[in-house]
Every structure is written in structure tokens, then in C-alpha cells.
Write a protein that binds this ligand. Structure first.
Ligand code: IPM
Ligand code: MG
Length: 348
């Protein structure tokens, strides 16, 4: 088993280092690691955020563990050279179209949630976010209007095949859980969303046991805070999923807690925390490594057939939290490495 480690920028290297220690401690037979630069770090080293060698490693590997990309030094570069293009390029090149973002609250963290504990404790959902289409990948650019003003544009579109394949992942995810699927769109305004809704309704015929509902994205944002316990599985497009998953993370305690899996049609995947590179705290040992450690657990479960090892990691994270381990985002003062130590202690 070859695991590609792509630490990236900001706190990426710090959180990947802890996840690597956890994986090494499990000592699974023939697990190998290869590391490569990505994002702003790769741009600074070799002039491109996703160097060919990094892409080749990602293709060769059995699974990819990704830190984060984003570097303020690179914000003025042409868009195709910016760090974010690395993750977007990997998602596109590897056809990682299905992004699973589970949001559950560890009971010990009820007080860390932005919501009242009795509301927060109800959270147990998976956001299934489409990753290969939408306004992220449509035609985009800068142009001049007739009267010479600057105008930026980004085309939003989905074709029916793209919607059908992510809708199926949504229904399948619901079948494996509480059998409730909420499709989030903006069909009252957007044609893209009307097609989305039509295709989700068609696909529902293949999954008669799943209770399907639809919600406009503005209402979904409100309901996530009002009563997150009503959601089992949410399926939505790339942009809405990006926004709602950040929101769900704070409902579940901290953005430092949420892992994600980005899968292709054969369950090959890239695993990453949903948080970004957090340049403001990079290199200070303040980052919470748990989202990345939990991403490693998802990797073992979904791509490497090691469900038992995944369970062990998740149990160790729960035990570390129960023992009081808290990084600053959770209201504590542990350093990144010390949180890693706490998980290792619970693992062994
Ligand atoms: C995420 C991130 C990325 C996204 C950025 C870094 C391009 O916010 O994975 O949620 O927008 O998809
Ligand atoms: Mg995001």
C-alpha cells in the first residue's frame, strides 16, 4: 500500500506529521509513504502548485493524504499558479467527484460548539458534495463591459450525468445510514439547480427506501443552525457544499475536527481535513491535528480496506478527548504535537 502524503502550506505540514505518526504506530503490513510538495510550497520550490511529479505520485498511490493549500504570498499570482489550483487540479485529474464530509459531534465537545449543547448534540450527518463541476470549473475570466468597466464572470453549470452520479452517491450514503436524503439547491432562481432537482427526483426511483426531501440553500444554512439534528445525508453541488460544510463544522465543535474523503468511481480517494492552511497560526504548533488524523481513518476505511484500523483511530481520538485533550480551537492549550501524543497514548 502506497500512501502519498501531500502536506502543502500553512498548518498542512504540522497536521500531516501527526497523522503520519498515528499511521506508523498502527504498523500495518507493507504500508509505505511517499511525500511530495503541493500548493504554494510547490510553487516556491519549482514554479507550479501541482508539479507533474506530485500528480504522478498521486496517480500511482493507493490513497492520498492531503494537508491544506493556500498561501497569502501567492494571492497575487495569476490564478492558474495559485496554491488552490493544486487541490482543484487533483480533484479534476483523478476524477474525485464525490466528497464525503461527515459532521458529528464528539459528546465531550458539546461546549465547544457554536450552538447550544442540546442542539449541537443532535448533529450526525454526512454532507455529500459534488467536486468536479459547478461554478468552480465553468468558464471564467475578466472582461470589460461596453462602457469600459471591469467585469468578472464564472459560469455555473451541471450536466445530467454529473448530477446523476453524485445523486447516486447521496442515495447510497443514505441507504447505509438513516435512509434520509436532503438535496440542497437554489431551484427557485438557478437553471443549474432546476436540472439538479429534476435529476435527483429521477434518480430517487432507483432508491425507493430512501426518504428524499429538497431544500433551498439559504433555508439549509438556516436549518443547519436551528435544528441540525433533522439532517441525515445532504447532497449538494460544489459551491453550496463548500459553504455548508464549513458551517456544519462549527456546529460540530470546531473546523479543526472535520475530516473528508474525495472519491472516484472506484473508491480511490484523497483524504483531507476540511479546514484550510490557516496561515495566521502556521508554524506555531497551535493547529488541531484531529481532522487530519480522522481523515487518515477514513482513508483506511474507504480506500484501503482496513476498517478495523480506522475504528481504532477513531476510538483513540474519542479517548483523547474524553481524557481532556484540547487544542486552542477547542478551548484548551495543547500543542499540535501534544494532541498527537494524546492520540498515540490512547492507541497503544
Ligand atoms: C475546501 C476548500 C477548497 C474548496 C479550496 C482550498 C479551493 O475550501 O476543500 O473546502 O473551495 O473546495
Ligand atoms: Mg472549503
Amino acid at each position: 500500500m502506497l500512501i502519498a502524503l501531500l502536506p502543502g502550506d500553512g498548518i498542512g505540514p504540522e497536521v500531516i506529521a501527526e497523522a503520519r505518526r498515528v499511521l506508523e504506530t498502527l504498523a500495518l503490513p507493507d504500508m509505505r509513504f511517499e511525500e511530495a510538495p503541493v500548493g504554494g510550497a510547490a510553487y516556491k520550490a519549482s514554479g507550479h502548485p501541482l508539479p507533474q511529479a506530485t500528480l504522478n505520485l498521486a496517480k500511482r498511490a493507493d490513497a492520498i493524504l492531503f494537508g491544506a493549500v493556500g498561501d497569502p504570498d501567492c494571492d497575487t499570482l495569476e490564478r492558474h499558479l495559485r496554491p488552490e489550483q493544486a487541490i482543484l487540479g487533483l480533484r479534476k485529474e483523478l476524477e474525485l467527484f464525490a466528497n464525503l464530509r461527515p459532521a458529528t459531534l464528539f459528546p465531550e465537545l458539546a461546549d465547544a460548539s457554536a450552538l447550544r449543547p442540546e442542539v449541537a448534540s443532535q448533529i450526525d450527518m454526512v454532507i455529500v458534495r459534488e467536486l468536479n463541476g459547478d461554478v468552480y470549473f465553468g468558464e471564467k475570466g475578466m472582461r470589460k463591459t461596453a462602457d469600459g468597466k471591469r467585469e468578472g464572470y464564472d459560469i455555473m453549470s451541471y450536466n445530467e450525468d454529473e448530477v446523476r452520479r453524485i445523486a447516486r452517491v447521496g442515495f447510497e450514503t443514505a441507504m447505509a445510514r438513516g435512509k434520509k436524503l436532503c438535496s440542497v439547491d437554489k431551484a427557485n432562481v438557478l437553471e443549474t439547480s432546476q436540472l439538479w432537482r429534476d435529476v435527483v427526483i429521477e434518480t430517487a426511483k432507483e432508491f425507493p427506501k430512501v426518504a428524499l426531501s429538497h431544500m433551498y440553500v439559504d433555508n439549509a444554512a438556516m436549518q443547519l443552525v436551528r435544528n441540525p439534528g433533522q439532517f441525515d445525508v445532504i447532497v449538494t453541488g460544489n459551491l453550496f457544499g463548500d459553504i455548508l460544510s464549513d458551517q456544519a463544522s462549527m456546529c460540530a465543535g470546531s473546523i479543526g475536527m472535520l475530516p473528508s474523503a474525495s472519491l472516484d468511481a472506484s473508491q480511490k480517494g484523497l483524504y483531507e481535513p476540511i479546514h484550510g492552511s490557516a496561515p495566521d497560526i502556521a508554524g506555531q504548533g497551535k493547529a488541531n491535528p484531529l481532522a487530519t488524523i480522522l481523515s487518515a481513518a477514513m482513508m483506511l476505511r474507504y480506500s484501503l480496506g482496513q476498517a478495523e484500523a480506522a475504528d481504532r483511530i477513531e476510538a483513540a481520538v474519542a479517548a483523547a478527548l474524553a481524557a481532556g485533550a484540547r487544542t486552542p480551537d477547542l478551548g484548551g492549550s495543547l500543542r499540535t504535537r501534544e494532541m498527537g501524543d494524546a492520540v498515540l497514548a490512547a492507541l497503544t
